[in-house]
Design a protein around this ligand. Structure first.
Ligand code: SAH
Length: 246
């Protein structure tokens, strides 16, 4: 793992230390499937399958931006991808690395570096970029989207997922998930930081990516089951592609 102190390109401008601290404080629970991270464990097979319907991951070079404890990075490596997971919360990265060791996952590495810094070092080197449930935690999400667009090869894929800023999402993702069902710690998501699909689509286009597919994700509190569908009012995902020549 590279330390940010030894990374001359480290930029702290697009980071909210309070956001990183929220995740660091819980880092030891990343792989506890009944913890605060239960929702991420539950949606993981759904998002992984969706990615694979668009781009089979075996043999692909992937970078997972804001990888946390490596829930998605690890799963993609298990599909045969060569995965680099990056985050700025060092505790989470340590947990991710330890999990890979314990589980014997091959083909996954973790590094403490920002998306923007990695883009300045390794532009156009990845077949697939994933940036899941992260954009709503950074001060300037458009800059992260741009970095993702720089990291991917022409013809490659970039996947995003985040939370919509809608009345329904205030009710379900914040009041429901954090205050009623206690699925997530209170304060996990700040309403003003949530992102409308139209805003994300604009940043995607500004970064030179093309929107290929959009999906929604819903949670049924009675069955406690997540489903992927076309309801983008709360959780949604975007698959985008960099044109072969631009
Ligand atoms: N992508 C993972 C984890 C999502 S939780 C998954 O879907 O399973 C959000 C993650 O974003 C946390 O690990 C947090 O540390 C990270 N994060 C927040 N701000 C960041 C930043 N500026 N740069 C990189 N990672 C960041």
């Amino acid at each position: 793992m590279t330390s940010k102190s030894s990374d001359p390109h480290f930029s702290s401008s697009n980071v909210d230390p309070a956001e990183l601290a929220k995740f660091s404080d819980l880092a030891h629970r990343w792989w506890d499937t009944e913890s605060e991270f239960r929702p991420l464990h539950q949606i993981n097979p759904l998002r992984l399958n969706w990615i694979q319907t668009l781009v089979p991951l075996s043999g692909k070079k992937v970078v997972d931006i804001g990888c946390g404890g490596g829930i998605l990075s690890d799963a993609m490596a298990r599909q045969g991808a060569q995965v680099l997971g990056i985050d700025l919360a060092v505790k989470s990265l340590k947990v991710a690395q330890l999990h890979a060791l314990e589980a014997g996952t091959q083909g996954v590495q973790y590094q403490e570096i920002s998306a923007e810094s990695l883009a300045s070092q390794r532009a156009g080197q990845f077949d697939v970029v994933t940036c899941m449930e992260m954009l709503e935690h950074v001060p300037h999400p458009a800059a992260v989207v741009k970095a993702c667009a720089q990291l991917v090869k022409p013809g490659g894929w970039v996947f995003f997922s985040t939370l919509n800023r809608s009345p329904k999402s205030f009710l379900f993702a914040i009041v429901g998930a954090e205050y009623v069902l206690n699925l997530l710690p209170r304060g996990t998501h700040e309403y003003g930081r949530l992102i409308k699909p139209s805003e994300l689509a604009d940043w995607v286009r500004d970064g030179g990516l093309e929107l290929a597919q959009m999906k929604g994700m819903t949670y049924n509190p009675f069955t406690r089951v997540y489903a992927m569908n076309s309801d983008t009012d709360v959780n949604y995902l975007m698959a985008t592609q960099k044109p072969m020549s631009s």
